[in-house]
Design a protein around this ligand. Structure first.
Ligand code: NIG
Ligand code: FE
Length: 453
Protein backbone atom coordinates (compact mmCIF):
# COMPACT_ATOMS: atom_id res chain seq x y z
CA UNK A 1 0.00 0.00 0.00
CA UNK A 2 1.41 3.43 -0.85
CA UNK A 3 1.68 5.90 2.01
CA UNK A 4 -1.07 8.49 1.49
CA UNK A 5 -0.73 11.92 3.05
CA UNK A 6 -3.01 14.96 2.95
CA UNK A 7 -1.96 18.42 4.06
CA UNK A 8 -5.00 20.55 4.75
CA UNK A 9 -5.73 24.02 6.10
CA UNK A 10 -2.84 25.73 4.30
CA UNK A 11 -3.59 29.44 4.79
CA UNK A 12 -1.44 30.18 1.76
CA UNK A 13 -0.42 27.29 -0.47
CA UNK A 14 2.41 28.78 -2.53
CA UNK A 15 2.53 26.32 -5.44
CA UNK A 16 4.69 28.14 -8.03
CA UNK A 17 2.78 26.17 -10.64
CA UNK A 18 3.31 27.59 -14.10
CA UNK A 19 5.15 27.04 -17.35
CA UNK A 20 7.67 24.18 -17.29
CA UNK A 21 10.67 26.49 -17.60
CA UNK A 22 12.48 29.13 -15.56
CA UNK A 23 10.43 32.27 -14.89
CA UNK A 24 11.41 35.72 -16.16
CA UNK A 25 10.22 39.31 -15.90
CA UNK A 26 6.76 39.73 -14.37
CA UNK A 27 6.41 35.91 -14.11
CA UNK A 28 8.84 36.07 -11.18
CA UNK A 29 6.05 37.62 -9.10
CA UNK A 30 3.49 34.94 -9.96
CA UNK A 31 3.44 32.42 -7.16
CA UNK A 32 0.17 30.65 -8.14
CA UNK A 33 -0.94 30.98 -4.56
CA UNK A 34 -4.02 29.11 -3.36
CA UNK A 35 -5.74 30.57 -0.30
CA UNK A 36 -7.03 27.87 2.08
CA UNK A 37 -5.32 25.19 0.03
CA UNK A 38 -4.57 21.51 0.45
CA UNK A 39 -2.45 18.88 -1.21
CA UNK A 40 -2.39 15.11 -1.52
CA UNK A 41 0.73 12.97 -1.54
CA UNK A 42 1.19 9.32 -2.44
CA UNK A 43 4.54 7.90 -1.32
CA UNK A 44 7.13 10.41 -2.51
CA UNK A 45 4.96 12.23 -5.08
CA UNK A 46 2.39 15.00 -5.04
CA UNK A 47 -0.86 13.77 -6.60
CA UNK A 48 -3.29 16.68 -6.24
CA UNK A 49 -3.06 20.35 -5.33
CA UNK A 50 -6.07 22.62 -4.90
CA UNK A 51 -8.39 24.41 -2.53
CA UNK A 52 -9.31 22.67 0.68
CA UNK A 53 -12.88 22.36 -0.57
CA UNK A 54 -11.80 20.42 -3.67
CA UNK A 55 -9.21 18.22 -1.96
CA UNK A 56 -10.92 17.22 1.28
CA UNK A 57 -13.62 15.05 -0.33
CA UNK A 58 -10.82 12.99 -1.94
CA UNK A 59 -9.17 12.03 1.35
CA UNK A 60 -9.47 8.28 1.87
CA UNK A 61 -9.69 6.33 5.12
CA UNK A 62 -6.04 5.20 5.11
CA UNK A 63 -4.72 8.67 4.51
CA UNK A 64 -2.59 10.43 7.14
CA UNK A 65 -3.87 13.99 7.56
CA UNK A 66 -1.64 16.91 8.56
CA UNK A 67 -3.43 20.09 9.59
CA UNK A 68 -1.19 23.02 8.64
CA UNK A 69 -3.14 25.26 11.02
CA UNK A 70 -3.55 28.08 8.52
CA UNK A 71 0.20 28.37 7.96
CA UNK A 72 2.12 29.03 4.73
CA UNK A 73 3.00 25.87 2.77
CA UNK A 74 5.50 26.02 -0.06
CA UNK A 75 8.14 23.97 -1.90
CA UNK A 76 11.37 23.21 -0.09
CA UNK A 77 14.05 25.70 -1.08
CA UNK A 78 16.44 24.63 -3.84
CA UNK A 79 19.87 26.02 -2.96
CA UNK A 80 21.72 26.02 -6.28
CA UNK A 81 25.21 27.01 -5.03
CA UNK A 82 26.83 25.51 -1.93
CA UNK A 83 30.23 24.26 -0.78
CA UNK A 84 28.97 21.94 2.00
CA UNK A 85 31.84 19.43 2.42
CA UNK A 86 34.92 20.74 4.24
CA UNK A 87 36.83 20.29 7.47
CA UNK A 88 37.29 22.87 10.19
CA UNK A 89 36.04 26.43 10.26
CA UNK A 90 37.67 29.78 9.49
CA UNK A 91 36.37 31.50 12.58
CA UNK A 92 39.86 32.90 13.28
CA UNK A 93 39.92 34.62 9.86
CA UNK A 94 36.39 35.85 10.48
CA UNK A 95 37.55 37.55 13.65
CA UNK A 96 40.52 39.04 11.82
CA UNK A 97 38.28 40.42 9.10
CA UNK A 98 36.25 42.28 11.73
CA UNK A 99 39.49 44.19 12.40
CA UNK A 100 39.98 45.24 8.79
CA UNK A 101 42.05 42.51 7.11
CA UNK A 102 40.42 41.67 3.79
CA UNK A 103 39.39 38.28 2.37
CA UNK A 104 41.88 38.79 -0.49
CA UNK A 105 44.73 39.67 1.90
CA UNK A 106 44.08 36.51 3.87
CA UNK A 107 43.99 34.46 0.65
CA UNK A 108 47.26 36.04 -0.57
CA UNK A 109 49.14 34.88 2.54
CA UNK A 110 47.92 31.29 2.13
CA UNK A 111 44.80 31.44 4.28
CA UNK A 112 41.25 31.47 2.94
CA UNK A 113 40.40 28.61 0.60
CA UNK A 114 43.93 27.20 1.12
CA UNK A 115 43.38 26.96 4.88
CA UNK A 116 40.27 24.87 4.31
CA UNK A 117 42.13 22.80 1.70
CA UNK A 118 44.83 21.91 4.27
CA UNK A 119 42.22 20.82 6.83
CA UNK A 120 40.13 18.94 4.28
CA UNK A 121 43.10 17.02 2.89
CA UNK A 122 43.82 15.76 6.41
CA UNK A 123 40.24 14.66 7.05
CA UNK A 124 38.99 11.16 6.33
CA UNK A 125 35.93 10.44 4.24
CA UNK A 126 34.06 9.49 7.43
CA UNK A 127 34.97 12.78 9.10
CA UNK A 128 33.79 14.76 6.09
CA UNK A 129 30.52 12.85 6.04
CA UNK A 130 30.05 13.47 9.76
CA UNK A 131 30.59 17.23 9.28
CA UNK A 132 28.34 17.16 6.23
CA UNK A 133 25.52 15.54 8.21
CA UNK A 134 25.62 18.36 10.70
CA UNK A 135 25.26 20.87 7.86
CA UNK A 136 22.54 18.75 6.21
CA UNK A 137 20.51 19.12 9.39
CA UNK A 138 20.98 22.90 9.19
CA UNK A 139 19.76 23.02 5.59
CA UNK A 140 16.71 20.93 6.41
CA UNK A 141 15.71 22.85 9.53
CA UNK A 142 15.85 26.11 7.55
CA UNK A 143 13.56 24.70 4.87
CA UNK A 144 15.99 23.61 2.13
CA UNK A 145 15.41 20.18 0.62
CA UNK A 146 17.77 20.25 -2.42
CA UNK A 147 21.32 21.59 -2.62
CA UNK A 148 23.85 21.81 -5.38
CA UNK A 149 27.10 20.69 -3.71
CA UNK A 150 30.57 21.57 -4.95
CA UNK A 151 33.86 19.85 -4.24
CA UNK A 152 36.90 22.13 -4.33
CA UNK A 153 38.66 21.87 -0.99
CA UNK A 154 40.85 18.92 -2.01
CA UNK A 155 42.68 20.03 -5.17
CA UNK A 156 44.37 16.63 -5.64
CA UNK A 157 42.72 13.78 -7.52
CA UNK A 158 42.37 11.67 -4.36
CA UNK A 159 41.05 14.50 -2.20
CA UNK A 160 38.57 15.76 -4.79
CA UNK A 161 37.26 12.20 -5.21
CA UNK A 162 37.02 11.91 -1.42
CA UNK A 163 34.82 15.02 -1.27
CA UNK A 164 32.62 13.89 -4.16
CA UNK A 165 32.21 10.48 -2.50
CA UNK A 166 31.23 12.25 0.71
CA UNK A 167 28.56 14.16 -1.24
CA UNK A 168 27.25 10.88 -2.67
CA UNK A 169 27.12 9.35 0.79
CA UNK A 170 25.33 12.40 2.19
CA UNK A 171 22.78 12.13 -0.61
CA UNK A 172 22.22 8.46 0.23
CA UNK A 173 22.19 8.78 4.01
CA UNK A 174 20.33 12.04 4.70
CA UNK A 175 16.91 13.26 3.53
CA UNK A 176 18.59 16.19 1.76
CA UNK A 177 18.89 15.92 -2.04
CA UNK A 178 22.41 16.71 -3.35
CA UNK A 179 23.37 17.59 -6.92
CA UNK A 180 27.18 17.19 -7.18
CA UNK A 181 29.50 19.64 -8.94
CA UNK A 182 33.24 19.13 -9.52
CA UNK A 183 35.13 22.29 -8.53
CA UNK A 184 38.72 21.05 -8.77
CA UNK A 185 39.39 24.50 -10.25
CA UNK A 186 38.54 26.33 -7.03
CA UNK A 187 42.12 27.51 -6.56
CA UNK A 188 45.64 26.72 -7.74
CA UNK A 189 47.05 24.40 -5.05
CA UNK A 190 50.22 25.72 -3.36
CA UNK A 191 52.41 22.93 -4.81
CA UNK A 192 51.46 24.13 -8.33
CA UNK A 193 51.80 27.89 -7.76
CA UNK A 194 54.99 28.11 -9.80
CA UNK A 195 53.67 25.86 -12.59
CA UNK A 196 49.98 26.58 -12.91
CA UNK A 197 49.77 25.18 -16.44
CA UNK A 198 50.60 21.75 -14.98
CA UNK A 199 47.63 21.96 -12.62
CA UNK A 200 45.34 22.72 -15.53
CA UNK A 201 46.81 19.73 -17.34
CA UNK A 202 46.11 17.58 -14.28
CA UNK A 203 42.53 18.82 -14.15
CA UNK A 204 41.95 18.14 -17.83
CA UNK A 205 43.90 14.92 -18.30
CA UNK A 206 43.30 13.14 -15.00
CA UNK A 207 40.76 14.65 -12.67
CA UNK A 208 37.91 15.32 -15.09
CA UNK A 209 38.13 11.87 -16.74
CA UNK A 210 38.12 10.12 -13.32
CA UNK A 211 35.21 12.16 -12.00
CA UNK A 212 33.24 11.49 -15.19
CA UNK A 213 34.12 7.79 -15.25
CA UNK A 214 32.90 7.32 -11.69
CA UNK A 215 29.84 9.48 -12.39
CA UNK A 216 30.57 11.51 -9.27
CA UNK A 217 29.49 14.89 -10.65
CA UNK A 218 26.75 16.30 -12.89
CA UNK A 219 28.36 19.72 -13.31
CA UNK A 220 31.80 21.30 -13.44
CA UNK A 221 32.49 24.77 -12.02
CA UNK A 222 35.57 27.03 -12.14
CA UNK A 223 36.50 30.03 -9.97
CA UNK A 224 37.19 32.50 -12.80
CA UNK A 225 38.88 35.48 -11.18
CA UNK A 226 41.90 37.62 -12.10
CA UNK A 227 44.06 36.12 -9.32
CA UNK A 228 42.67 32.57 -9.50
CA UNK A 229 41.80 31.04 -12.91
CA UNK A 230 41.96 33.46 -15.83
CA UNK A 231 39.28 33.51 -18.44
CA UNK A 232 41.50 31.50 -20.86
CA UNK A 233 42.34 28.88 -18.23
CA UNK A 234 38.68 28.63 -17.23
CA UNK A 235 37.73 28.09 -20.87
CA UNK A 236 40.17 25.18 -21.25
CA UNK A 237 38.80 23.45 -18.18
CA UNK A 238 35.14 23.97 -19.03
CA UNK A 239 35.55 22.86 -22.64
CA UNK A 240 37.17 19.64 -21.38
CA UNK A 241 34.37 19.17 -18.82
CA UNK A 242 31.76 19.52 -21.52
CA UNK A 243 33.49 16.85 -23.61
CA UNK A 244 32.96 14.47 -20.66
CA UNK A 245 29.24 15.22 -20.60
CA UNK A 246 29.27 17.51 -17.57
CA UNK A 247 27.02 20.57 -17.34
CA UNK A 248 28.79 23.88 -16.76
CA UNK A 249 28.60 26.54 -14.02
CA UNK A 250 31.01 29.40 -13.38
CA UNK A 251 32.07 31.59 -10.44
CA UNK A 252 32.07 34.81 -12.46
CA UNK A 253 33.00 38.44 -11.71
CA UNK A 254 32.78 37.98 -7.93
CA UNK A 255 35.68 40.09 -6.66
CA UNK A 256 36.69 41.89 -9.86
CA UNK A 257 35.39 42.23 -13.41
CA UNK A 258 37.35 39.31 -14.90
CA UNK A 259 35.50 38.42 -18.08
CA UNK A 260 33.46 35.77 -16.28
CA UNK A 261 30.05 36.77 -17.61
CA UNK A 262 31.45 36.99 -21.15
CA UNK A 263 33.00 33.53 -20.87
CA UNK A 264 29.79 32.05 -19.45
CA UNK A 265 27.91 33.53 -22.39
CA UNK A 266 30.46 32.29 -24.92
CA UNK A 267 30.25 28.73 -23.56
CA UNK A 268 26.52 28.94 -22.83
CA UNK A 269 27.06 27.60 -19.35
CA UNK A 270 23.94 26.72 -17.38
CA UNK A 271 24.73 29.38 -14.78
CA UNK A 272 27.03 32.30 -14.05
CA UNK A 273 27.31 32.74 -10.31
CA UNK A 274 28.06 35.78 -8.09
CA UNK A 275 28.32 38.56 -10.75
CA UNK A 276 28.82 41.33 -8.19
CA UNK A 277 31.11 43.11 -10.67
CA UNK A 278 29.37 42.17 -13.92
CA UNK A 279 28.63 45.18 -16.12
CA UNK A 280 25.75 45.98 -18.49
CA UNK A 281 27.57 44.32 -21.37
CA UNK A 282 28.03 41.14 -19.36
CA UNK A 283 24.33 41.13 -18.47
CA UNK A 284 23.39 41.53 -22.13
CA UNK A 285 25.72 38.69 -23.08
CA UNK A 286 24.15 36.38 -20.47
CA UNK A 287 20.71 37.20 -21.80
CA UNK A 288 21.54 36.46 -25.42
CA UNK A 289 23.20 33.17 -24.43
CA UNK A 290 20.35 32.05 -22.13
CA UNK A 291 22.60 31.74 -19.04
CA UNK A 292 20.89 31.91 -15.62
CA UNK A 293 22.53 34.20 -13.03
CA UNK A 294 22.89 32.73 -9.54
CA UNK A 295 23.07 35.60 -7.06
CA UNK A 296 24.73 35.08 -3.69
CA UNK A 297 24.07 38.07 -1.44
CA UNK A 298 25.13 36.07 1.65
CA UNK A 299 28.76 36.28 0.57
CA UNK A 300 28.54 40.02 -0.06
CA UNK A 301 27.04 40.51 3.37
CA UNK A 302 29.48 38.23 5.19
CA UNK A 303 32.50 39.81 3.49
CA UNK A 304 31.28 43.19 4.73
CA UNK A 305 31.03 44.50 1.21
CA UNK A 306 28.32 46.72 -0.16
CA UNK A 307 28.84 45.66 -3.77
CA UNK A 308 25.68 43.61 -4.36
CA UNK A 309 24.93 42.27 -7.86
CA UNK A 310 22.72 44.36 -10.13
CA UNK A 311 19.69 42.12 -9.69
CA UNK A 312 17.05 44.57 -10.91
CA UNK A 313 18.99 45.25 -14.10
CA UNK A 314 19.23 41.49 -14.63
CA UNK A 315 15.49 41.05 -14.15
CA UNK A 316 14.80 43.99 -16.46
CA UNK A 317 17.07 42.39 -19.06
CA UNK A 318 14.89 39.26 -18.92
CA UNK A 319 17.26 36.95 -17.03
CA UNK A 320 15.83 34.02 -15.04
CA UNK A 321 17.52 34.95 -11.77
CA UNK A 322 18.33 32.44 -9.03
CA UNK A 323 19.21 33.03 -5.38
CA UNK A 324 21.45 30.73 -3.36
CA UNK A 325 23.40 30.74 -0.08
CA UNK A 326 26.95 29.96 -1.31
CA UNK A 327 27.23 28.11 2.03
CA UNK A 328 30.99 27.75 2.72
CA UNK A 329 33.39 28.27 5.63
CA UNK A 330 34.88 31.51 4.28
CA UNK A 331 32.77 33.99 2.39
CA UNK A 332 29.27 32.81 3.31
CA UNK A 333 28.83 30.67 6.40
CA UNK A 334 25.02 30.50 6.27
CA UNK A 335 22.78 27.61 5.23
CA UNK A 336 19.66 29.77 5.54
CA UNK A 337 17.68 30.55 2.40
CA UNK A 338 15.32 32.77 4.40
CA UNK A 339 18.35 34.89 5.37
CA UNK A 340 19.04 35.12 1.62
CA UNK A 341 15.42 36.17 0.98
CA UNK A 342 15.87 38.96 3.50
CA UNK A 343 19.11 40.14 1.85
CA UNK A 344 17.49 39.90 -1.58
CA UNK A 345 14.64 42.14 -0.46
CA UNK A 346 16.80 44.65 1.39
CA UNK A 347 19.84 44.86 -0.88
CA UNK A 348 18.85 43.44 -4.27
CA UNK A 349 15.45 45.14 -4.16
CA UNK A 350 13.53 42.02 -5.11
CA UNK A 351 9.95 41.79 -3.91
CA UNK A 352 9.47 38.71 -1.73
CA UNK A 353 7.59 36.86 -4.49
CA UNK A 354 10.47 37.35 -6.94
CA UNK A 355 12.94 36.13 -4.34
CA UNK A 356 10.87 33.01 -3.61
CA UNK A 357 10.64 32.13 -7.32
CA UNK A 358 14.42 32.61 -7.61
CA UNK A 359 14.98 30.34 -4.60
CA UNK A 360 12.77 27.47 -5.74
CA UNK A 361 11.59 26.82 -9.27
CA UNK A 362 14.24 28.89 -11.09
CA UNK A 363 16.96 27.24 -9.04
CA UNK A 364 15.59 23.77 -9.81
CA UNK A 365 15.90 24.37 -13.56
CA UNK A 366 19.61 25.16 -13.22
CA UNK A 367 20.09 21.70 -11.70
CA UNK A 368 18.12 19.84 -14.41
CA UNK A 369 15.53 19.13 -11.72
CA UNK A 370 12.79 21.52 -12.88
CA UNK A 371 10.49 18.58 -13.62
CA UNK A 372 10.99 17.13 -10.13
CA UNK A 373 11.30 19.86 -7.49
CA UNK A 374 10.86 23.61 -6.99
CA UNK A 375 7.07 23.79 -7.27
CA UNK A 376 4.06 21.98 -5.82
CA UNK A 377 2.39 20.30 -8.79
CA UNK A 378 1.02 16.81 -9.45
CA UNK A 379 3.76 14.26 -10.19
CA UNK A 380 6.55 16.29 -8.65
CA UNK A 381 8.47 15.04 -5.61
CA UNK A 382 6.72 15.91 -2.34
CA UNK A 383 9.43 18.20 -0.91
CA UNK A 384 7.55 20.90 0.96
CA UNK A 385 7.73 23.07 4.05
CA UNK A 386 5.06 24.30 6.45
CA UNK A 387 6.34 27.71 7.56
CA UNK A 388 5.03 29.09 10.83
CA UNK A 389 3.63 32.31 9.39
CA UNK A 390 0.43 33.63 7.83
CA UNK A 391 1.84 35.45 4.81
CA UNK A 392 4.73 34.28 2.60
CA UNK A 393 6.23 37.79 2.70
CA UNK A 394 7.04 37.23 6.38
CA UNK A 395 9.83 34.85 5.27
CA UNK A 396 11.84 37.82 4.00
CA UNK A 397 10.50 40.30 6.56
CA UNK A 398 11.13 38.61 9.91
CA UNK A 399 14.80 37.80 9.60
CA UNK A 400 17.28 35.96 11.79
CA UNK A 401 14.89 33.23 12.83
CA UNK A 402 13.91 29.84 11.54
CA UNK A 403 10.44 29.82 10.01
CA UNK A 404 9.81 26.12 9.29
CA UNK A 405 7.34 24.32 11.52
CA UNK A 406 7.57 21.06 9.58
CA UNK A 407 9.76 20.02 6.66
CA UNK A 408 8.92 17.11 4.34
CA UNK A 409 11.26 15.45 1.84
CA UNK A 410 9.96 12.77 -0.54
CA UNK A 411 6.67 12.87 1.37
CA UNK A 412 8.30 12.08 4.74
CA UNK A 413 8.48 14.35 7.77
CA UNK A 414 12.19 15.08 8.25
CA UNK A 415 12.12 18.02 10.66
CA UNK A 416 9.64 19.37 13.14
CA UNK A 417 10.08 22.35 15.42
CA UNK A 418 9.15 22.55 19.07
CA UNK A 419 7.41 25.81 19.85
CA UNK A 420 4.77 27.13 17.54
CA UNK A 421 2.23 29.81 18.05
CA UNK A 422 -0.14 28.72 20.73
CA UNK A 423 -3.24 30.08 19.07
CA UNK A 424 -3.10 27.66 16.16
CA UNK A 425 -5.21 24.59 16.12
CA UNK A 426 -2.91 21.57 16.17
CA UNK A 427 -4.17 18.08 15.55
CA UNK A 428 -1.60 16.26 17.66
CA UNK A 429 0.48 18.37 19.97
CA UNK A 430 2.32 15.30 21.23
CA UNK A 431 4.19 14.82 17.97
CA UNK A 432 5.24 18.46 18.00
CA UNK A 433 8.34 17.74 20.01
CA UNK A 434 10.89 19.75 18.10
CA UNK A 435 14.54 18.88 18.19
CA UNK A 436 13.87 15.62 19.96
CA UNK A 437 11.44 14.60 17.23
CA UNK A 438 13.97 15.52 14.60
CA UNK A 439 16.55 13.39 16.32
CA UNK A 440 14.24 10.42 16.57
CA UNK A 441 12.95 10.64 13.05
CA UNK A 442 16.35 11.03 11.53
CA UNK A 443 18.18 8.62 13.78
CA UNK A 444 18.96 6.34 10.87
CA UNK A 445 20.93 8.97 9.00
CA UNK A 446 22.20 11.32 11.63
CA UNK A 447 24.07 8.61 13.52
CA UNK A 448 27.44 10.27 13.32
CA UNK A 449 26.19 13.85 13.56
CA UNK A 450 28.49 15.41 16.08
CA UNK A 451 26.26 18.06 17.52
CA UNK A 452 22.73 19.10 17.09
CA UNK A 453 21.43 22.38 18.37
O1 NIG B 1 31.87 31.26 -3.74
N1 NIG B 1 34.60 32.24 -4.69
C1 NIG B 1 35.05 31.15 -4.44
N2 NIG B 1 34.52 30.27 -3.62
C2 NIG B 1 33.70 30.58 -2.52
C3 NIG B 1 34.48 30.92 -1.31
C4 NIG B 1 35.04 29.74 -0.71
C5 NIG B 1 35.80 29.99 0.55
O2 NIG B 1 36.08 31.14 0.95
O3 NIG B 1 36.12 28.96 1.17
C6 NIG B 1 32.65 31.58 -2.88
O4 NIG B 1 32.55 32.70 -2.31
FE1 FE C 1 30.87 29.71 -4.29
Amino acid sequence: MPHELAVINCGQLVTLAGPARPRVGPELRELSLIADGALLVSDDRITRVGTRATIEPLIGGECEVVDAGGRVVMPGFVDAHTHPVFAGTRVNEFEERTQGTTYQEIAARGGGIQATVRATREATLAELVANGKRYASWFLRTGTTTVEAKSGYGLTLADELKILRAIKQLNDETPLRYVPTFLGAHDIPPEYKARRADYIKLLVAEMLPSVAREKLAEFCDVFCEAKVFTSDESRQILVAARSHGLGLRLHADQLTLSGGAQLAAELQTTTADHLEHADAEGIRALKSAGVQPVLLPGSVYALGSSRYPAAREMIDAGLAVVLATDFNPGSSPTPSMTMILSLAATHLKLVPAEAITAATVNAAYTLNRGHLVGSLEAEKIADFVIHDCDDYRELAYFFGLEHPWQVYASGRLVYERAQSRQNRERPDASVNDGALGFRQRTASWRGSLRRYR
